[in-house]
Every structure is written in C-alpha cells, then in structure tokens.
Design a binder for this molecule. Structure first.
Ligand code: 4AD
Ligand code: MG
Length: 461
C-alpha cells in the first residue's frame, strides 16, 4: 500500500525520496517559489510541496497545476520554514495525472453547506465532508468492535421484505409490475401474484423482526445496514434512506437493554474521540464550539432515567412554552425532547414505558395494560438517537396487539411462530447511525453526514 499524507506528515525530515499522490487544494505562486497544498483525503491538513523555481525548469507544467488537479510528485521531506506545519516536501518531480479546468466548483473560498449538497459528487473533497466521512467510517468500526468484543453475532437481514416491521405503513414498495398496466384481480385490487415475489413487497424499515428470530437462536446479535422510510418528514434529522444498528438480546429485559444502550453510546463516542483527534478538533473549531466537551460530559455522566408519565408531568409544567402542548398520550416531539435533555436533565435521558397507542405492536405490554416496555434514548441538541424495547414474548398477547392495531396477522405469521417455539424475554434497540454521526460531529443537518442523502423530492446522483 502506498503511504498516505497523514502518515507522511508524522514523519521526520530525511534524505529518502518519497512519492505523494493527491489533489491540489491551493497554489501560491511567487517569483522564486511556488507552494502547492496537496490533499489525499487522509487528513484535514494537506502536505505543502515547495517548488524552487530556480532548480525546477518546467514552467509550463507548473502553469497547468490548478486547484483540483490530480498530481503525483516526488521529493524529500524537509523541516518547514512556515508555522503551519513541521515538515514539507521539497519537490523534485511533478506529474499531472488529471488536469482540472477553472470551472471546478471547489475553488478556494468558503462554500455554503447547501451549495456543497448540490455538488454531492465533489463535496468529499472539502475539509468538512472529508472529515465527516472519516469519522463516519471510524464510528462504524467502533460499533462492530463494541459488539464483536461482547460476542454478538453480526447478522445480515433482508432489505426486501414482505412484513412492515414498524407497522406504520411508511414503506417504499418494490415491484416489477408495469405501472402503466397493473394487473388487477377479480375483487378490484392489484393482482400481486403476478408481481416478482408473488406478493406485495417493500424495502425494509428495520431488520428487527428478522433479527429477533436470530437472537432466539444465537442469543446476542446485531444488524447494521440501510433502512428505508417513506415518511414525509422534511427535517434536519430524517432521511428516507438511513443506516441503522439493531442489537437484539435473548434473555434480556428492558433494564438490561437500557444499560447496554448507554454503555454502547459511551463506547463509540469515546472511540471516535480517541481515534479521530484531528477531525474532532476541526469540528470543535468550525462546526460546533464546545462539541468535544459536550461529548466528554455525555461519556462521563450517567444517563438520566424517566418514565414517559413523569416526562409528561415535567413538560406539562411549561406547556405554554411549546408549539405543541402535551398531555398524557401525546407523542414527545423534538421541542419536548430538547426541553427534557437540555433543561430538565442537562444530559441524555432514557424515557421508558410509553402509552401503547404511540408505539409499535411488538412492544411488551406492562401490567397496567396502558403502557409498553419501550424506551427512547434522547440526547441534548439532537433528541431521539435510539429507540428500543422489550418485545412481547407471549403469543396470545402479541396476536392480540396485531389485531387491535388493525394489522394483518398473515403478514406476521412467521414472527408469531417464534413465540410458539421456546419463546423467551428478549429486548433490543435501534441506533440511527446517521444521527450518531451527526451528534459526534456536531453537523446540524443529517443530509451532510451521509454521502448521497435521499429525502422527500431528492434522490439525485
Ligand atoms: O425508533 P425507531 O423507529 O425504531 C425501530 O426501527 C426499531 N425497530 C428499533 C429496534 O428496536 N430494533 O428507529 C430507531 C432509530 C431512531 O431512534 C432514530 O435514531 C433512527 O433510527 N431513525 C432515523 N434516522 C434517520 N432518518 C429517519 N427517517 C429515521 N427514523 C428513525
Ligand atoms: Mg423511535
């Protein structure tokens, strides 16, 4: 493997001739010297290459070096005269691998994040998106580490499914039927027997149901993959295609589930602080001041715990402050999540035991018959980052909930069967991976932490 600029920058000056490949970020030309900043996406800081014009006799070539051009150069590392870096490359040979004309959109100036979104195919060449993507990659690694160290089995659940996990009907349908002439059945509905899978299929909203059946065999499992939701939510924290991490644990109740969620978040945040100090310092300076301190505080402080009922009591005290005043039974929305985490608890809070009406059919019913053993982990600034629950392990109760909610038991037949054969208490949760990246980096909009965001009316590139 070739050495990357991040490694080169940590070297000492020396006589060895080294080779560097990357893209020109900036070029500063004067009478006797030319400074090129080369970046290869491995660091925020690029490598400065210094061209001594007296000894470098190819002025034409130097003229072709423009912002955005791809270059390969060789030279020796020398101590830098400048303050900004300890070493720089005394350039000896230069090759232009790919030229770049002046209409390259990423000329040296600050661009708005909205503009960068319009050029999503080029934005990883900016410091911001480059750093976000390195952190995203490290965070994914941290997630695998956490679960693998604990013996969880990584399970790949299907992306195409015929059961709507959340039962909310917010699915993208998958079909090969000709939408111009859809085959109809005698009763007037679509004849799905003619469709590719012989029945109505869609992209998954969550791998949980399939994950549960694997937990009921392998005990502790996790999934990590893309999920799809056709929710019409045009917000800074919703995507139509997002990545989710879903651990599922057999012989596990909600209390243990909450403990795992808390230690998991702390582990992955600490991992990124340890492994990505340059990126984290960059975000702290240019994206969100105080971000590192906030993360440290989150890591060091025990999360608060609160039942939904107590949370509503807190919120009702200040109902006049909210656009959407709450009462027992209301959904907890972003403004309420912010109040609970930032004002009441001043740290992350795990809210549990929600009214059954506002949660999914699979959550275990409490003895009160009104609330279910669900939990949401809320963090300051962002709100809900994790949703989870203990699952209804009792066949009759589960079937009862499916019917009560007007869902079709036939769609969940195999899931119900898992409650007949050695059913055990089990629990799990889902971490919105993109939200986790958003939280760690301090980036305000979820659309800027995933390479090519998909959301309402937008699936470009
Ligand atoms: O709370 P949710 O809907 O829970 C589930 O999907 C369960 N099946 C998880 C489980 O228990 N295994 O989603 C889980 C998390 C949310 O807390 C949020 O962080 C994220 O997924 N999420 C989204 N992220 C981005 N865009 C969206 N549209 C999201 N919807 C949920
Ligand atoms: Mg949720």
């Amino acid at each position: 493997m070739k050495e990357r600029i991040k490694q080169i920058l940590s070297r000492q000056p020396g006589d060895e001739v080294i080779s560097v490949e990357g893209w020109i970020r900036t070029k500063r030309d004067s009478k006797n010297v030319c400074f090129l900043e080369i970046n290869d996406g491995s660091t925020v800081k690029g490598l400065q290459a210094v061209v001594d014009k007296a000894s470098f006799d190819n002025d034409n070539l130097l003229g072709e070096v423009t912002t955005g051009a791809a270059v390969r150069c060789t030279g020796r590392l020398v101590e830098s005269q400048g303050q900004a870096q300890s070493v720089e490359l005394a350039l000896e040979t230069l090759e232009i691998v790919g030229t770049c004309p002046v209409d390259y959109p990423l000329q040296k100036k600050r661009h708005t994040i909205e503009f960068l979104r319009e050029i999503a195919y080029l934005r990883p060449r900016t410091n911001l998106i480059g750093a976000v993507m390195r952190v995203r990659s490290t965070l994914a690694y941290a997630i695998h580490n956490f679960f693998q160290e604990k013996g969880f089995v990584y399970v790949n659940t299907p992306l195409i499914t015929t059961s709507d996990c959340e039962g909310a009907g917010e699915t993208f349908q998958v079909t090969t039927l000709d939408l111009g002439k859809v085959p109809m059945s005698k009763d007037g509905g679509v004849d799905y027997s003619k469709d590719f899978f012989g029945k109505k299929a869609s992209l998954t909203v969550s791998g949980q149901l399939e994950g549960e059946s694997y937990a009921l065999a392998l005990k502790d499992i996790y999934t990590f993959g893309p999920t799809f939701r056709a929710e019409n939510s045009n917000t800074t924290r919703h995507l139509a295609e997002f990545w989710m991490v879903e651990p599922e644990m057999a012989f596990c109740d909600l209390d243990l589930d909450a403990q795992v969620a808390e230690s998991f978040l702390k582990y992955i945040f600490q991992y990124v602080l340890d492994k990505c100090p340059e990126e984290m310092a960059f975000f702290d300076s240019f994206v969100l001041k105080g971000n590192i301190d906030t993360l440290r505080h989150v890591i060091e402080t025990p999360f608060a715990r609160m039942t939904y009922t107590d949370a509503i009591k807190e919120l009702e005290k200040v109902n006049d402050q909210f656009d959407f005043p709450v009462h027992w039974g209301s959904d907890i929305q972003t403004e309420h999540e912010k109040y609970l985490t930032e004002v009441v608890c001043k740290r992350p809070v795990i809210v549990t035991d929600y009214p059954k009406e506002i949660k999914a059919f699979y959550m275990k019913m409490n003895e009160d018959g009104r609330t279910v053993r669900g939990m949401d982990v809320l963090v300051p600034r962002l709100g809900e980052i994790i949703g989870g629950s203990e699952r209804e392990a009792d066949y009759d109760k589960l079937l009862g909930r499916i019917n009560e909610l007007g869902l079709d038991p036939d769609d969940y037949w195999w899931y119900l069967e898992t409650r007949r054969f050695g059913s055990v208490p089990h629990s799990g949760f889902g971490l919105g991976f993109d939200r986790a990246v958003q939280y760690v980096t301090g980036v305000a909009n979820i659309r800027d932490v995933i390479p090519f965001p998909r959301y309402v009316k937008s699936a470009d590139f």
